[in-house]
Write a protein that binds this ligand. Structure first.
Ligand SMILES: Cc1ncc(COP(=O)(O)O)c(C=O)c1O
Length: 467
């Protein structure tokens, strides 16, 4: 076994934190704490553990207790040891000599990226845009706000959804992520705090950290948003900005109702905290219930949208809907990053938005895929539970044990790429959760879940939770 690095005893002691819980202070509690760190990815496979004596000293316990904890971890297949070489973390599913490889036909199935291919009918829009391009060729092609024809169509959609909007309140960006990046850059200084949902979209966490700001997570529960928790975080952490997804939330699929939106708007307004509401998924609504109105908290509510899920990620187009004052500040800060979005793609999107048919078919396809994925999970992984979302792109599955990271590692051996629950958390955890996107055809989803069920059996068989 290759070992990839040694963790010092004091560092491991810090990582394990308060591993003594109530009456559970013995070897079982210590082994469980180590296992959690492995599942969370803080102790990668191959990590060499400190010598028993050093760890005993760092944790302030006896060597006998350390030895007993290591015995448990060896038994559950998480740790291997050899005389003279010490102990190290082993990959799930390998230590009992199990064969975990599943014969693959074809490529890995990617369930990390939850994005669909282009909508049917996009080539017609491309042809139409070619005609409209002629008129643009006499202009410079630069413009940090974007083409008027596209801004008009986006503004009209907001107005139809119940939020009167003028084209002057829209800025076209290179995707929703770019839009959020611009906003964080404008509003948050290094060291500032940014309130986020937990779980949340991982790239948003990256953007916050990229601005040297600190995410302040407020946990969502199975029922939805914890408004009391948000209120407390706004008061105690005084965040400079909030980033929230209220439409078919990534990754839980939750939709905030009108009452929740009003409550949230009131809290943010009272705290005078600007908010970015990420509406990337809003158009993937299967229409089972009336759609809530767009979020509105007045001057400092910044809505961010995208064509990536509704039409195609390859257009790399999104937008910001904000007050004219906020948009003019955003325009100035944009010049430090880029000078506008590509004209031809904007023309293509303007054509797509003028025709409701591509989006209608997209919704139909995605709904069918949702049902297929739900059925596949019920069939192959009957112990898993989930809430069936009314839109969006993913099931947020609850696993029968804290095994998400181990499962992601094992699933790769079965030809399926997964993002473990911890990727959606600001500081790790969520090991009982797995996001499964339904962005692929039903037969691919069924095959993926079948393979995942084999990986899950291997993980649970070899690295079952230490009790
Ligand atoms: C919530 C959320 N925001 C933003 C993005 C990225 O969108 P875009 O491709 O428009 O940058 C995604 C992509 O999955 C997403 O789920």
């Amino acid at each position: 076994m290759n070992t990839y690095g040694r963790i010092s005893a004091p560092r491991l002691a810090t990582l394990l934190g308060s591993w003594r819980q109530g009456s559970r202070q013995g070897a079982a509690a210590l082994a469980a704490a180590v296992e959690l760190q492995v599942l969370d990815g803080h102790l990668p496979v191959g990590t060499q553990l400190p010598a028993e004596r050093e760890l005993a000293q760092a944790l302030g316990v006896s060597r006998t207790l350390i030895g007993a904890a290591l015995d448990r971890l060896r038994e559950s297949g998480l740790v291997a040891s050899r005389r003279g070489a010490g102990s190290w973390i082993t990959p799930p599913g390998t230590s009992r000599g199990q064969e975990t490889f599943f014969p693959r036909d074809g490529e890995d199935i990617d369930l990390v990226c939850a994005a669909p291919p282009a909508v049917p009918g996009i080539t017609r829009a491309v042809d139409a845009a070619r005609g409209a391009l002629v008129e643009q060729l006499g202009h410079t092609g630069y413009g940090e706000r974007g083409l008027l024809v596209l801004r008009e169509r986006i503004a009209q959609r907001y107005t139809e959804r119940g939020l009167p909007t003028s084209p002057a309140q829209i800025m076209i960006t290179n995707g929703a992520h770019h839009a959020f990046g611009l906003t964080v850059r404008m509003l948050a200084n290094p060291g500032d705090r940014v309130l986020v949902d937990q779980p949340t979209y991982p790239n948003a966490l990256e953007a916050i950290r990229g601005a040297h700001a600190l995410p302040v997570p407020v946990a969502l529960d199975a029922e939805g948003w914890d408004f009391a928790g948000i209120e407390a975080a706004l008061r105690q952490a005084a965040p400079r900005l909030a980033y929230l997804i209220v439409d078919f939330h990534n990754p839980t699929g939750l939709l905030m109702d009108d009452e929740g939106r009003e409550r949230l708007a009131a809290l943010l307004t009272k705290a005078r905290t600007p908010v970015v509401i990420d509406e990337t998924l809003v158009e993937l609504d299967f229409g089972d219930e009336p759609a809530p109105k767009p979020f509105d908290a007045g001057e400092w509510s910044i809505l961010v949208g995208s064509a990536s899920k509704s039409h195609w990620g390859g257009l790399r187009l999104g937008w910001i809907r904000a007050s004219e004052e906020v948009l003019s500040r955003l325009s100035s800060s944009r010049f430090g990053l880029d000078l506008g979005s590509p004209v031809f793609e904007q023309l293509v999107l303007a054509e797509l938005l003028a025709d409701p048919e591509p989006l209608r078919r997209r919704r139909e396809d995605v709904r069918r895929q949702r049902d297929a994925l739900a059925q596949a999970v019920r069939t192959h992984c009957p112990e898993w539970t989930f809430r069936l979302p009314g839109g969006g792109f993913w099931l947020w599955c609850k696993l029968p044990a804290p095994m998400s990271t181990g499962l992601a590692v094992a699933a790769a051996s079965h030809g399926v790429q997964l993002a473990p629950g911890s990727r959606f958390a600001a500081h790790g955890g969520l090991e009982r959760r797995l996001r499964l996107p339904f962005s692929q055809p039903p037969e691919v989803l069924d095959e993926a879940v079948r393979r995942i069920s084999l990986a899950a059996a291997a993980v649970r068989g070899s690295a079952r939770p230490v009790t």
